[in-house]
Design a protein around this ligand. Structure first.
Ligand SMILES: Nc1ncnc2c1ncn2[C@@H]1O[C@H](COP(=O)(O)OP(=O)(O)O)[C@@H](O)[C@H]1O
Ligand SMILES: O=C(O)[C@H](O)[C@@H](O)[C@H](O)[C@H](O)COP(=O)(O)O
Length: 200
């Protein structure tokens, strides 16, 4: 399920009580996603995870945090789970390799698994740019059969933003000294490549 922030959305029926200002974010989600969030909120027995994914600066943390706040669930920032060696690489602008990413994704999988198995809902901000990374996170649901996205308790929402917006945000972020994957993010071709090649 892919969301572009500029796409217009219709307002839909949320359970009573989901109508304070902090819930406004829900109205900006695509309808199938709104329904998923309703299911999440109404379920008392099953935990769900919503992964807000996309490239650096696409707004993952902002949206995942607001969504968690709106529906009263836990927000998890995937960047907090990187080992110091990955953080060091990202700080120096060295892109991570898959062998850097796999242990990190496996740790995230265990965290998602633990939460959904205890019936807790979570939102997670994580780049998850390749299908193989998303499949690792989906496998946190022990009932997940590869390709059965509808039943999977781990849902993905991909944020997109125009390249100029991403560049501006990354520039601002680097000026503020935060960690980011600068060389990759400063290359517009890389950004387009990631966005265009993303499949479920
Ligand atoms: N919808 C939005 N409109 C305007 N600014 C936004 C929006 N979403 C995020 N931002 C800003 O963009 C920057 C990057 O957002 P962030 O959530 O950290 O992105 P990511 O987690 O994908 O790297 C932050 O300064 C944030 O305030
Ligand atoms: O929000 C961000 O700035 C990025 O998404 C970033 O923090 C990400 O977690 C790392 O770059 C590792 O992930 P990838 O190299 O797999 O994107």
């Amino acid at each position: 399920m892919w969301l572009s922030p500029n796409t217009s959305r219709k307002h839909h029926n949320f359970p009573r009580g989901l109508c304070s200002p902090s819930h406004l974010i829900l109205l900006f989600l695509p309808l199938p996603f709104q329904l998923q969030v309703q299911k999440m909120v109404l379920s008392t027995t099953t935990g769900f995870a919503i992964v807000i994914m996309g490239v650096s600066g696409s707004g993952k943390s902002t949206v995942a945090k607001s969504l968690a706040n709106a529906i009263g669930c836990k927000f998890i920032e995937a960047d907090d789970f990187h080992p110091p060696s990955n953080k060091e690489k990202m700080k120096s602008g060295v892109p991570l390799s898959d062998s850097d990413r796999f242990p990190w994704l496996e740790l995230l999988r265990s965290t998602i698994k633990e939460n959904i198995e205890h019936g807790h809902n979570i939102t997670l901000s994580c780049s998850a740019l390749l299908k193989k990374y998303r499949e690792i996170l989906r496998s946190a649901d022990c009932d997940y059969k590869p390709g059965n996205y509808t039943q999977c308790k781990v849902k993905f929402l991909c944020l997109e933003a125009p390249v100029e917006v991403l560049m501006e945000r990354m520039k601002r972020r680097s000026e503020q000294g935060s960690i980011s994957c600068l060389p990759a993010c400063y290359n517009p071709n890389w950004i387009c490549y990631s966005l265009n090649r993303m499949k479920r």
